[in-house]
Design a protein around this ligand. Structure first.
Ligand SMILES: [Zn+2]
Ligand SMILES: [Zn+2]
Length: 558
């Protein structure tokens, strides 16, 4: 029995389609990680769900004149289709709209209340006298007191990533009418974050294996001092309080959505027939919890969620929070409101999933922002995926299939070059695995691709297509060696390129799923029957880059 790995993935707001920034930032990395660990034989639980509450959804519902639940249901369905097409392999992708989630949130609330980490107080809440309503998070905008961005909202500043209380905003404005709000007293519950400051700081300082940006940002934030935060609000869409007398209030979305990691684990356990199985992934030293998010979400996962877990007790804190930086689009900051974005359903309606997975892996914004451009997408597809990896596989398999009766040939004695490359195929498994284990995804795929480059050099040197005329045995040996290297590539590239790895698995004549073979080099056996191979990837017309760029520019108001 291997390790147990809990993978929590950011909960997307169900108020719009997914875009490539979210995929590169938070959804592709955990899928790569999960596939690797499953193949390694570890037990993995990867969960997320659509965030059905929060003002992004109510704002959209008000704009469209429909119920918030209708918006949430529409995008939840679209998310499920997107995961399936892109191959994001959640064990459970649920939503915050379930009865189970409400129950778990209310349990956590009552536990923290009982332990004194939640208390009641009057809070000064922004109220718009013109609109006659309380303004929470995105219903109020203003200037960030930390970085002076004018686009801060009542819950956080996206530009510097700091969570905010509405009262901290400089020049606050109602998002509906633009008027300055009044602040009125209202009774609310507060999370006593201040009680956790020292414990959190000690905990984060020990995490020397965390990404530098995540750790430094968290330490800086904690050293600035933690304020208690209101966790309820005057609104009617969200999780109700489990106490009488607060019917007009709901639990604040930032408090409630992070509990989704726990409620989803419980839902997964219940649906599997063993309601207690979630404990395997949440308690004890045998399991590690990883949280994959974008950098705008760091504090919620390195400060607020750990504080809530510390308060509850007997639940594991995050082991790592490998947050990514941002993806820019054709050199400019991605903006959903100005439609400067590449939308995932749109991409998937015209292109295969693996070329996107490849590009976003090899230029993943791990340590700094990276850029997506259509010309880079086409270039990497044609020059690397097709020319380096796809052609290697295709020329080896078609030639072997044609000249050796559709079977893996019997090798003769291996020379040093052949032994070296087989050793390279073997050690790639260990090297790529180590990098994946440490969440260095970009380095991992580069390391895997260097094996493909080496294999191309080996084949050019051995040229079995020429040699076969005079020395059939030498050609057989080279092709046997090449199929072994390809078999290794099938494994090490599987977490990144699951669709093409599965095809390759079948062309090589292996049965079942590529994942079943485990994280090891499985050499094809001489005589093993191959399937008639097809190219793994298709070359894309270079003119598409301009076409796509123009489409992006035309549909954007940027
Ligand atoms: Zn700011
Ligand atoms: Zn107003």
């Amino acid at each position: 029995m291997g390790d147990r790995i809990f993978i929590g993935v950011a909960w997307p707001y169900a108020n719009g389609s997914l875009h490539l920034g979210q995929i590169a930032g938070a959804y592709l990395p955990p899928d790569i990680f999960a596939r690797y660990h499953r193949m390694k034989g570890n037990q993995v639980l990867m969960v997320s769900g659509s965030d059905q509450h929060g003002t992004p959804i109510t704002l959209r519902a008000e704009r469209e004149g429909v119920e918030p639940g209708a918006i949430a249901a529409r995008y939840h369905q679209e998310f499920l289709e997107s995961w399936q097409k892109l191959g994001i392999s959640f064990d459970l992708f649920t939503s915050t709209g379930t009865a189970n989630h409400t129950r778990v949130v209310q349990e956590v609330f009552l536990t923290l209340l009982e332990k004194g980490y939640i208390y009641k107080d009057t809070a000064s809440q922004p109220f718009c006298p013109h609109c006659q309503r309380f303004l929470t998070d995105r219903y109020i905008g203003g200037t960030c007191p930390y970085c002076r961005s004018e686009k801060a909202r009542g819950d956080q500043c996206d530009d510097c990533g700091k969570p905010l209380n509405a009262i901290e905003l400089v020049d606050p404005q109602c998002s509906f009418c633009g008027e300055a709000p009044q602040f009125r007293d209202s009774e609310h519950f507060f999370l006593k974050l201040s009680a956790f400051q020292d414990r959190l700081l000690d905990w984060v300082k020990e995490k020397n294996y965390w990404r530098q940006n995540v750790r430094n940002f968290t330490i800086g934030y904690l050293e600035g001092g933690l304020n208690d935060r209101a966790i309820t609000r005057d609104i009617d869409w969200g999780v109700p309080l489990p106490l009488p007398g607060f019917e007009g209030k709901r639990i604040y979305v930032w408090f409630e959505a992070v509990i989704g990691y726990l409620s989803a684990a419980k839902e997964w356990a219940g649906s599997g027939g063993d309601g207690e199985k979630w404990c395997d992934f949440w308690q004890g030293d045998e399991t590690r919890g990883y949280y994959f998010i974008g950098k705008d979400n760091i504090i919620f996962h390195t400060v607020i969620w750990p504080a809530m877990l510390m308060g509850c007790g007997n639940l594991n804190l995050p082991y790592d929070v490998p947050a990514n930086e941002f993806l820019t689009i054709e050199g400019k900051k991605l903006s959903t409101s100005r439609n400067w974005a590449v939308w995932l359903p749109d991409y998937l309606s015209r292109y295969d999933p693996d070329p996107l997975r490849y590009l976003l892996s090899i230029s993943m914004p791990e340590a700094s922002d990276t850029d997506f451009s259509w010309s880079e997408f086409i270039r990497r597809n044609n020059d690397e995926l097709v020319a380096t990896y796809g052609n290697l596989v295709h020329r080896v398999l078609t030639f072997t299939y044609r000249k050796f009766g559709g079977c893996v040939p019997e090798p003769g004695e291996l020379d040093d070059k052949s032994k070296d490359i087989i050793e390279g195929a073997e050690s790639a498994i260990g090297e790529v695995g180590k990098l994946l284990h440490e969440c260095h995804f970009k380095e991992a795929i580069k390391s895997a691709m260097s094996l493909a480059q080496e294999a191309n050099r080996y084949l050019d040197m051995k040229s079995p297509w020429k040699v076969i005329k005079d020395d059939r045995q030498a050609a057989a040996t080279a092709l046997y060696v090449a199929t072994t290297v390809i078999s290794s590539l099938r494994t090490v590239l599987y977490p990144f390129l699951p669709f093409s790895s599965q095809k390759l698995h079948e062309y090589l004549g292996f049965a079942g799923g590529v994942e079943d073979d485990g994280w090891r080099l499985r050499s094809p056996v001489p005589g093993q029957k191959l399937l008639p191979p097809e190219p793994l990837f298709s070359k894309l017309d270079e003119g598409l880059a301009e076409e796509e760029s123009n489409r992006l520019r035309q549909s954007s108001s940027q």
